[in-house]
Design a protein around this ligand. Structure first.
Ligand SMILES: Cc1cc2nc3c(=O)[nH]c(=O)nc-3n(C[C@H](O)[C@H](O)[C@H](O)COP(=O)(O)OP(=O)(O)OC[C@H]3O[C@@H](n4cnc5c(N)ncnc54)[C@H](O)[C@@H]3O)c2cc1C
Length: 380
């Protein structure tokens, strides 16, 4: 599609770039930053279909986590110890990169610890997790340079005020941050390095022409030497062969409490539910496992089944003795696939993708963006 009434100047300055990146989430912005930092003369334009980034990066829960114990146990069964070690390293290094790029204060990053809750009915799982604490402490020790990262924290169950929980495992290095501030800071960083970010610009189609790629969008046709898709859950809308599926995450946040005792990030029911404090509020999300079929969607939205379950969880387990009011609800879309690693690849000549952060993009997104930026740079 050709946009009407574009001037010669507009076409030259905005519609042509060495590298076109689609998607301004954590991965796209980190890729853009990497390219500009290493090669300031390379022109980089990010095309984002939303007025704001509209996928997962500004809609998530803000857990700066690298895996709860039951998740790691499950993942080790899928990929083995060596690959899991590599994966945890990537998550950990991604977090450290994000922190040094943006700074903890701009991220509102707090290391309050992460906790996994177990119900009495999960006795087999909790016993297996407890028996593996030493094993996972060994795995993460050389990555984090910390001993005893995972610990039993049953003594905190009462002070947090939980009901129906009889085992709590702490990860003392898990942190929390503000995803809105994170993306705002990354946009500022990218812009300060000379990256052009164009919003409300949906990419509909791409094709090769001579030595460039023509990218047709809702705002007209762009031309680039290289094209990088950082569209995560939406990637298979334009590249159907990619092995990933969307997964919607529904989230709610309460109004503030006067004396909230709970502080930190919390994982419940093998990570299918997650909650944390946001100042004096509680943010709670999850429940995709209640109806995987309905939640495998690119559409934002809420369902009564998930919302009612989240509210019941608040009433019965998290805040059993405290009245609460819900302030806001929203949803975001993540990408899942058969393998745990992201797909960072050249999908066809001069067309690349860096997608599928498997629900842990805060940790692995910076690393993924950086690797993708480097692959694109090497091809220039
Ligand atoms: C509810 C929820 C809670 C989560 N909680 C956590 C958490 O606590 N910790 C954690 O580590 N991870 C969490 N995640 C996962 C994390 O947010 C993602 O893994 C990460 O944000 C993915 O980043 P991304 O840049 O790959 O994708 P996205 O942030 O989804 O960015 C992709 C961008 O591409 C744009 N786009 C798509 N198609 C097009 C197109 N055709 N043209 C132009 N633009 C397009 C989209 O608008 C979007 O802005 C959560 C996700 C959700 C949904």
């Amino acid at each position: 599609m050709e946009s009407p009434n574009l001037s010669y100047w507009e076409k030259a300055s905005f519609y042509s770039s060495d590298v076109l990146i689609v998607g301004s989430g954590i991965v796209g912005l980190n890729a853009a930053i990497t390219i500009k930092k290493q090669q300031p003369n390379v022109t980089v334009t990010v095309l984002e279909r939303g007025f704001l980034p509209s996928g997962a990066s500004t809609k998530n829960a803000g857990f700066a986590c690298f895996g709860s114990l039951s998740e790691l146990m499950e993942q080790e069964k899928i990929c083995g110890t060596t690959l899991l070690h590599q994966l945890i390293s990537k998550r950990w290094n991604g977090l450290q990169k994000l922190r040094s790029l943006v700074g903890d204060s701009r991220l509102d990053l707090e290391i309050n610890g992460g906790f996994e809750l177990f119900k009495p009915s999960e006795i087999d799982l909790s016993e297996e997790c407890v028996s593996k604490i030493g094993h996972f402490n060994d795995i993460v020790k050389d990555i984090t340079n910390e001993k005893n990262v995972f610990n039993i924290a049953d003594s905190k169950i009462e002070s947090f005020g939980f009901e129906g929980i009889d085992c709590l495992i702490e990860n003392k290095l898990e942190a929390q941050l503000d995803p809105g501030k994170m993306i705002k800071a990354l946009i500022e960083k990218a812009t300060s390095l000379g990256v052009t970010i164009l919003n409300s610009c949906a990419v509909n189609h791409f094709e090769k022409e001579d030595n460039s790629i023509l990218v047709s969008t809702s705002q007209g046709t762009f031309r680039g030497k290289k094209l990088l898709f950082c569209t995560n859950a939406f990637a298979n809308q334009l590249m159907p062969k990619l092995e990933l599926k969307p997964g919607r995450g529904q989230v709610l946040i309460t109004k503030p409490f006067e004396n909230l005792k709970l502080k930190g990030t919390f994982h419940y029911d093998k990570g299918y539910y997650y909650f944390r404090n946001v100042g004096n509020r509680i943010l709670l999300g999850g429940g995709r496992n209640l109806d995987f079929f309905t939640e495998e969607t690119h559409q934002f939205g809420e369902t009564p089944l998930v919302q009612n379950t989240l509210i019941r969880l608040l009433k019965e387990v998290i805040l059993p003795k405290t009245a609460f009011e819900i302030d806001q609800k929203w949803s975001g879309i993540m990408a899942f696939g058969p393998e745990l690693s992201p797909i960072i690849d050249e999908v066809s000549p001069n067309v690349f993708c860096a997608v599928r952060c498997n629900g842990m993009g805060i940790a692995i997104g910076s690393q993924t963006g950086e690797e993708a930026g480097e692959i694109v740079l090497r091809s220039l």
